[in-house]
Design a protein around this ligand. Structure first.
Ligand SMILES: [Zn+2]
Length: 335
């Protein structure tokens, strides 16, 4: 994104454009939420970095996950706030997880994208072959430790934020029961039924949550841009509403209507020359079918249908990574 070291106006917010252009101190502009000191929570009461609270009355086991990506600090802000406030379930069990403690420990205001993970993306390892296999990494060690917690979750919410500009959304994978939960949650107002990534399975794609015959449900919240107060606010609104629906903890935010979109095509970059024709924003709708939106080397990427929703376009994608999901609203699943 630079030519001769000078930032290029590419339609991005100035702080993000400057950050990606490597402008000194730009990252301090971009990080507008103070990273919390979570050392008091590192020991956990169930596992390191894992806190579980049981109510006397039986009910579902609800798990809220922060820091699956170590640089997405909004979830840690929220869980730190809840732990200090001693939020407790009124029924069932509530478990709060700080997932990638080691990556978060390296969060650096001068290079805030660097601490996403140490060895590999922790949200691409959630299949039995990988978890049971012999590969070793910091993230796999932690994933194997957390696996029993996630395998007993009736409902799980995985809190994330986004590098590129885009509207908040809930990802629910392929399980219809997760899509129903996302619509019941209603905030943010858009839920996307998607296919995951070619690069590996996410926690919400893990068998206990995705098997057709199962009953466990997982949602991934992309709450807004990294490091912004409004992103933490969206996390809190969505998570509190989930707790209200499940464990009756906390106040209930007002009802909001949700809409379900289904991914029609997952575009994986086949080259390192993938480039969008414009700085598209997540949630943007391209009205006309067959609109050219990107070039992947010489290959044209066009919208497959009218009213095509661009889900989380990655404006600086490498070969083998997801460049964008294309989706459309499901007329039968809005309310
Ligand atoms: Zn993330």
């Amino acid at each position: 994104m630079t030519q001769g070291g000078a930032p290029v106006d590419n339609g991005l917010p100035p702080a993000l454009a400057a950050l990606l252009a490597g402008v000194k101190n730009a990252s301090r502009l971009a990080v507008q939420v103070a990273p919390p000191d979570i050392r008091p929570w590192a020991s956990g009461n169930a596992l390191p970095g894992v806190w579980s609270f049981c109510a006397a009355e039986p009910g579902p086991h609800v798990v809220v996950v922060a820091l699956m990506h170590g640089n997405e600090i909004g979830g840690a802000v929220l869980l730190d706030r809840w732990l200090r406030a001693e939020l407790r379930p009124q029924r069932g069990k509530l478990t709060l997880v700080f997932a990638n403690l080691e990556a978060y420990a390296r969060f650096d205001l001068d290079d805030p994208t660097a601490s996403r993970f140490l060895d590999e993306d922790m949200n691409r390892v959630w299949d039995e072959e990988t978890l049971d296999g012999g590969r070793r990494s910091s993230e796999l060690r932690r994933a194997r430790m957390l696996r029993p917690v996630f395998e007993t979750a009736d409902v799980l919410l995985d809190l994330h934020s986004m590098l590129w500009p885009g509207d908040p959304l809930l990802l629910c994978g392929q399980a219809e029961r997760a899509a129903e939960l996302a619509l019941a949650l209603g905030t943010p107002g858009v839920a996307v039924a998607d296919e995951g990534h070619a690069g590996g399975r996410r926690l919400l794609d893990y068998t206990p949550f995705s098997a057709p015959e199962g009953r466990r449900r997982a949602l991934l919240l992309e709450a807004g841009p990294h490091w912004q107060p409004e992103t933490v606010a969206q996390m809190e609104t969505s998570a509190l509403r989930l707790l209200r629906l499940t464990t009756l903890a906390g106040p209930a935010p007002p009802d909001a209507p949700g809409r379900l979109a289904r991914v029609t095509r997952t575009v994986t970059a086949a080259s390192n020359r993938f480039a969008f024709l414009r700085p598209y924003r997540g949630g943007q709708v391209v009205a006309a079918r067959n609109t050219l939106i990107a070039l992947d080397g010489d290959a044209e990427i066009r919208t497959p249908h009218d009213d095509c929703i661009l889900v989380m376009p990655n404006l600086r994608v490498g070969r083998g990574q997801t460049a964008v999901r294309l989706a459309r609203f499901d007329p039968g699943n809005s309310r």
